[in-house]
Write a protein that binds this ligand. Sequence first.
Ligand code: NAG
Length: 292
Amino acid sequence: MASSSSSVAVGLLISILASFFMVSSAGKFNQDFDIVWGQNKAKELNYGQILTLNLDKESGSGFESKNEYLFGKIDMQIKLVPGNSAGTVTAYYLSSKGANWDEIDFEFLGNVTGEPYILHTNVFCQGKGNREQQFYLWFDPTKDFHTYTILWNPQRIIFYVDGIPIREFENLESYGIPFPRHQPMRIYSTLWNADDWATRGGLVKTDWSQAPFTASYTNFNDDNACVWTYGQYSSCDSNNDNGAWYWEKLSFARRGQMKWVQKNYMIYNYCTDYKRFPYGLPEECNIKNQEF
Ligand SMILES: *[C@@H]1O[C@H](CO)[C@@H](O)[C@H](O)[C@H]1NC(C)=O
C-alpha cells in the first residue's frame, strides 16, 4: 500500500518534471531565430524542437538568425519538401548586408516525384557570386533529416553534407582573390517558389494542388561559431583557443571523400564552364585546376 502510493507520487513528480522540461525547452527556434517572412506559415512543432517553413500560392516563409557571426562551423538538419516539389526552392545560407555583401549558399531545387533534387551552392565575395557548383545527393533528402554544415574560418569555406565535404573554397587572397573575412553574416532560410527558373529554365511548373509545401528544420548548432555583438566584438578574438574548427582543413581522407562526391554527384561546376567564360575562367579556377 505504502509502496504503491509512493510510486504514484514518484510517477506524478516525473510527469511534472517532464512537462517542466518540455515547457522550458519550448521555443528553441524562437531563441535563435526570427520569422521574417510569411509569419503564419512558419510553425514550431515538438515544443520548438522542429520548425517548419511552408509555401502556398499566397506566399512562402523564412527565418533569420538573431545572431550575427564572423566565422563558424554551423550545422542545421533539414528535411526537404517531399513528393512533387518541382518549382520549390529551399534556401539555407549565410549572408552579410549591403551592396558589397558576402554570402555562402546552400539551395535545394525541388523536382517532380521520384526525380532528384539539385543541391546548388555558391559563394559571394563583396557582392560578386558566379561561383556555382551543383550536385545530386546520394540519398533522398525528403525522407529524413540530414545535416548541412557550413564551415567558415579565416582560411577556407567547406560545405559538408552529413559530415562529408562536397565543396571547398579556399582563401586565395595572396593571389588577389577576395575572401569573405571582414563582414559578419546572419543565417537565413526561405522556402519560396521559383518555377520560372529552378526547373530547367521553367520547364516544369509548380503543382499548387499539392500546397502547402513544407520543409522542416531541427538540431541547429552554433556552438562552434564566433558571435558578433554590438557591431564590434567577436566572441572569439579575445583568445587563440577558438576550437579545432577555426583551423580546420581537409585531411587526406576527407579530400578523398570530396573527390568521390565531385566525381559521382557533381552536375555543374563553374570552374569547367569554358562556354560561360570564353575569355578565361575566374582566377581561382586556374589556381585550383593547376593544383589537382
Ligand atoms: C529533375 O529531374 C530531371 C530528370 O531526372 C533532372 O534532369 C533535373 O536535373 C532534376 N532537377 C531539377 C531541379 O530539375
